[in-house]
Write a new protein. Structure first.
Length: 193
């Protein structure tokens, strides 16, 4: 379902973003638990049934806009966009801070890395967030050592707002640095003109 008025599938550069299906998720799981992928994820190994259930249940959540990235008929990645409230004073129950922020994430099959697909899907997520959902701000984060991921965020015009010193736990590396990036709606629109 996602939010009313949001249509799927939707373009993302040379890719197409489609709502998850069991068959597509099974194809994601063929590479999702590979060490090249899990090295950069918070949730390393995932249980197959729980993974499928989480993604399929998310379709009914109006604040969850997770999708599978396809190149033709081939699954090449996953994307997530989740809408949340921004920080705001709660005495204004329907204030502009409600659903004013979104977070994004993306994972690309290592067999398809280096083709600009993460940048393409990231741009599609920002467009969805700002142009269709009307959020005020979008954030994304990564381990500081994940150079490919933070370069994508910078290509998208996001700014590094936080460099957390040893704020992120990595099972093999211990405490490592993390980055948080963000972009505002007016900054996104200025880039598009």
């Amino acid at each position: 379902m996602t939010s009313p008025g949001i249509t799927w599938p939707r373009p993302a550069g040379p890719l197409e973003l489609r709502l998850p299906t069991t068959e597509a998720l099974d194809r994601v799981l063929a590479w999702r638990n590979l060490p090249d992928v899990t090295n950069w994820l918070i949730r390393t190994q995932v249980d197959t049934e729980a993974f499928r259930r989480t993604w399929l249940d998310g379709i009914a959540d109006p604040d969850d806009h997770s999708a599978i990235a396809f190149l033709g008929d081939e699954v090449v990645g996953t994307v997530s966009l989740w809408r949340t409230d921004a920080m705001g004073q709660s005495h204004v129950p329907e204030g502009p801070w409600r659903n004013a922020q979104a977070g994004i994430g993306y994972t690309i099959d290592p067999a398809h890395a280096g083709h600009g697909y993460a940048t393409a899907v990231g741009g599609a997520l920002l467009s969805l967030a700002f142009d269709e959902l009307g959020v005020h701000r979008v954030t994304a984060g990564c381990f500081a050592d994940n150079i490919a991921s933070w370069r994508v965020m910078e290509k998208l015009g996001m700014r590094r707002e936080q460099h957390g010193i040893r704020d992120s736990w990595h099972a093999e590396r211990g405490w490592i640095d993390g980055f948080t990036y963000a972009i505002l709606a007016d900054e996104w629109r200025a880039q598009q003109s």
